[in-house]
Design a binder for this molecule. Structure first.
Ligand code: HEC
Length: 150
């Protein structure tokens, strides 16, 4: 009987732990998830960067493809910034969790800019893409300056 209670208590506490950590089994999984999203986001963003900086030819189809990826990816990182992931193998500053509303508003600014980047991409107008790229890059930096370690 006592054993059965212990088993039940263990199950209950692991269910709670899972609920707290959202979809993730371990805090490290959430950290890895957000880092992976940012890495893929960065890769796609850098390719548009190379085009607007003249390091490779401007190609409308490629820019639209990248901008579509970016607009989707921009929505994903928040899910990985759950409580209990302030420490460990992360470059996020712990202040992020004390200013979650500000962090989310900076993330939302970036998301808005990625939508503008997507419509600029679809217009095919290089100078519009250049401008939207610069605005988006500014919103990446605005958050990194405060919430990401160098
Ligand atoms: C609202 C805040 C915020 C915005 C906006 C933001 N980032 Fe980040 N970024 C972070 C944080 C925090 C980390 C550190 C994540 C960690 O290590 O847990 C990070 C990490 C990264 C990394 C490193 C990923 C790795 O390999 O570990 C890259 C690359 C990156 N961001 C690119 C971008 C780009 C490109 C943009 C804009 C399009 C952007 N970020 C916008 C907060 C932000």
């Amino acid at each position: 009987m006592r054993f059965k209670m212990l088993v039940l208590a263990t199950i209950a506490s692991s269910v709670l732990a899972t609920a707290q950590a959202g979809e993730f089994k371990k805090p490290e999984d959430a950290i890895h998830y957000r880092q992976a999203v940012f890495e893929v986001l960065g890769h796609n963003f850098a390719d548009i960067g190379a085009m607007v900086k003249g390091k490779k030819p401007f190609d409308k189809t490629a820019v639209v493809y990248r901008a579509e990826n970016i607009a989707v990816l921009a929505k994903l990182p928040l899910e990985g910034f759950i409580d209990g992931t302030e420490t460990g193998h992360t470059e996020a500053r712990a202040t992020l969790w004390k200013n979650k509303a500000d962090f989310e508003s900076k993330l939302s600014d970036m998301q808005q800019n990625t939508l503008k980047l997507l419509s600029a991409a679809k217009s095919g107008d290089e100078s519009q893409v250049k401008q939207a790229f610069a605005m988006t890059a500014k919103s990446c930096k605005a958050c990194h300056d405060v919430y990401k370690k160098d």
